[in-house]
Design a protein around this ligand. Structure first.
Ligand SMILES: *[C@@H]1O[C@H](CO)[C@@H](O)[C@H](O)[C@H]1NC(C)=O
Ligand SMILES: *[C@@H]1O[C@H](CO)[C@@H](O)[C@H](O)[C@H]1NC(C)=O
Ligand SMILES: *[C@@H]1O[C@H](CO)[C@@H](O)[C@H](O)[C@H]1NC(C)=O
Ligand SMILES: *[C@@H]1O[C@H](CO)[C@@H](O)[C@H](O)[C@H]1NC(C)=O
Length: 449
């Protein structure tokens, strides 16, 4: 008998713990959104590992069908608390829209009577975007320009808080223990608007918001909000473009429809525009496989110190509308025309100066072309040497299962960058080979001397 009781108790315990487990898979926020007018007839929320609860198709969805529609009262920051102090705080200021949304997020989070409570409680406790990386984490990015991007973001967010938010705080009531005892936690005070709270709100917006303006033409229709943020809208997987956004101004609903057929049980994916993995990691805290928008930055600068012809080269570059110095965005296996032309100018010997005009479109001479490619390859090698590990060593780290999410992201990103530099060397090799073969072709009468 005792053992039966124990079994029953255990069964009860099991039910209880599994109920707790399902509340963190997003089912609370799903039910709440449905009760508040979201049309979720085609979707469910299902835990997708690192990405958290993600919208999945409940049944096959045909191209053009509505996947999900959300009433305006589920689009933040509508329906903020009646006694939100933010309206008064930002009145007559020129505060940016994103910053205003951050302030509303802070105030709704501090107000236990907020309409948004179920959604705010469903948000993850940690974020994995640029601001979440410590100085120690940053070492793993090696020579990547993710470091500059992250430092700039940290600085900008801090500056926005200090220069825009902090001067407005005097408009809010200060914390008063007597009032707090009476009004309880509904009252939002100045003390709720710390820098940490602002960084949290900023993190929610950048990692979970949809910015329709960044999406492709076919992924939005008509007038769409600048930012779509709120329950379920923040639960698409971001990657391949599978969803079109529109806003029905008559019904006051944000509508997400299928760009292609979505098979039952598959996750529903929304596009990321032209974002590279570096930008995705910095803003949203994740990266995509096979992202064709990845790039490295290569800076071209004429050598003023040891090149006595630097001024002459500079004026040639001016004639050709080539900037010096200039930072080029270089994608996998692609050579920007301006960078190649600049390398040709840098590699001109004085006897070739007269022919500099050809540099924009064609090799100036075979010799010059050869020197330009050598310069390109040696530049790639110098940059690669600034990364302490090789691609092979990075791949070994990636096969280890116990690497943290931060470390893995750093290794993935630095490996992708190295692959791009290697692809540029391969480009130079192939380009040189094709010149050799072209000059050797029998049809070309001027060749083979
Ligand atoms: C919900 O959406 C489905 C298809 O997307 C539609 O058939 C249904 O009528 C909608 N329900 C309501 C209550 O609007
Ligand atoms: C904002 O400007 C209006 C019109 O000038 C004024 O009536 C109002 O009091 C101002 N509000 C605040 C909070 O300063
Ligand atoms: C505190 O919140 C209540 C509503 O819950 C509101 O009526 C009251 O005015 C607030 N007090 C202050 C000082 O803002
Ligand atoms: C450089 O730019 C100027 C003005 O934009 C233009 O007139 C000129 O044709 C350009 N030169 C070349 C070589 O592209």
């Amino acid at each position: 008998m005792d053992s039966l009781k124990l079994l029953q108790a255990l069964a009860l315990l099991f039910v209880l713990t599994s109920a707790v487990a399902t509340s963190s898979d997003g089912s609370d926020v799903y039910e709440w959104a449905a009760a508040n007018g979201a049309n979720v007839s085609k979707v469910v929320l299902r835990d997708d590992g690192e990405a958290g609860p993600i919208l999945h198709a409940k049944e096959d969805i045909e191209a053009g069908e509505v996947i999900l529609s959300l009433p305006a009262n589920l689009l933040f920051p509508t329906r903020v608390s009646d006694h939100s102090p933010v309206v008064h705080m930002i009145e007559n200021t020129t505060i940016g829209r994103i910053t205003a949304i951050c302030l509303y997020l802070i105030s709704e989070r501090a107000d236990s009577s907020s309409h948004w409570k179920p959604w705010l409680q469903s948000l993850p406790p940690r974020f994995f975007h640029a601001l979440s990386y410590s100085e120690d984490d940053m070492l793993h990015f090696q020579a990547s320009s993710f470091k500059e991007l992250r430092d700039r973001k940290k600085k900008n967010v801090r500056q926005e808080y200090e220069q825009t938010v902090a001067p407005l705080l005097h408009k809010l009531p200060a914390f008063d223990p007597l009032l707090a005892a009476v009004d309880k936690p509904q009252n939002v005070t100045r003390e709720d608007f710390t820098y940490e709270a602002f960084e949290w709100a900023y993190s929610v917006v950048t990692t979970r918001g949809i910015f329709p303006g960044l999406l492709g033409e076919e992924e939005r229709e008509g007038e769409v909000p600048l930012l779509v943020l709120g329950p379920l809208a923040d639960s698409f997987i971001h990657g391949a473009s599978g969803v079109k956004i529109s806003y029905d101004a008559q019904e006051h609903r944000c509508v997400f429809s299928a760009l292609h057929k979505v098979a039952k049980n598959s996750p529903i994916s929304i596009g990321v525009g032209m974002s590279s993995n570096m930008e995705l990691l910095a803003n949203r805290g994740f990266m995509m496989q096979n992202n064709g928008n990845n790039f490295v930055l290569m800076k071209f600068q004429l050598d003023r110190n040891s090149d006595m012809h630097a001024s002459a080269r500079e004026s040639m570059m001016k004639q050709l509308n080539l900037s010096n110095p200039m930072t080029y965005v270089v994608r996998y296996g692609e050579m920007p025309q301006g960078l190649l032309a600049s390398l040709r100018i840098q590699s001109l010997s004085p006897v070739e100066f007269g022919s500099y005009g050809k540099a924009l479109a064609t090799p100036v001479t075979l010799e010059n072309e050869w020197r330009a490619y050598r310069l390109l390859i040696s530049s790639c090698n110098s940059i690669l040497a600034m990364y302490p590990t090789t691609i092979e060593e990075d791949e070994i780290v990636l096969t280890q299962t116990k690497t943290s999410r931060h470390l893995r992201a750093a290794v993935l990103l630095r490996r992708e960058e190295k692959l791009i530099y290697e692809s540029i060397k391969t480009w130079a090799n192939d380009a040189w080979a094709s010149i050799l073969y072209a000059s050797a072709a029998p049809a070309d009468g001027s060749s083979s001397q």
